[in-house]
Design a protein around this ligand. Structure first.
Ligand SMILES: [Zn+2]
Ligand SMILES: [Zn+2]
Length: 138
């Protein structure tokens, strides 16, 4: 299994992930749309214990976008690194766009399509969930 390497745009924050990715989602919720400035945000689920910062962590900042959700970003360039659920802090949801190289991922799910942008149409055949399907893939 290959390690995944990622970094923010300015490279002040870098990290590696030592696990095979089993869950990949495109989140259409309004918070992800605003925080990422895009139609949806794409995340892979990783175990906190298998995620390691390679840089020091003085350049990261966090923001609570809701009671449960804590979002981590680079305070220099603003790249969104990840979010985690404060009730399940052992799982990290890393922004896939920060990962380098050609990585292989499982089929993605669309989540929170109930709040997707009206100006974006989902035109693929991936599974869609109105909200969040939970932590396991059915
Ligand atoms: Zn940065
Ligand atoms: Zn979201």
């Amino acid at each position: 299994m290959n390690k995944l390497n990622g970094n923010c745009e300015c490279k002040e924050v870098s990290f590696e992930i030592n696990q095979e990715i089993k869950y990949f989602s495109h989140c259409h919720c309004s918070q992800c749309r605003r925080c990422h400035g895009s139609a949806f945000a794409s995340f892979i689920e990783v175990e906190k214990s298998l995620f390691h910062y390679k840089s020091n962590t003085t350049k990261i900042k966090s923001y609570s976008s809701s009671e449960h959700c804590e979002r981590i970003f680079c305070k220099i360039c603003g790249s969104n690194i990840m979010f985690f659920n404060k009730n399940k802090p052992e799982k990290y949801y890393v922004s896939v766009g920060t990962i380098n190289g050609n990585i292989s991922l499982p089929e993605a799910h669309h989540v929170f399509v109930g709040s997707k942008a009206s100006w974006y149409d989902i035109n693929d055949s991936l599974k869609q969930h109105l909200e969040y399907p939970g932590y396991k893939i059915e």
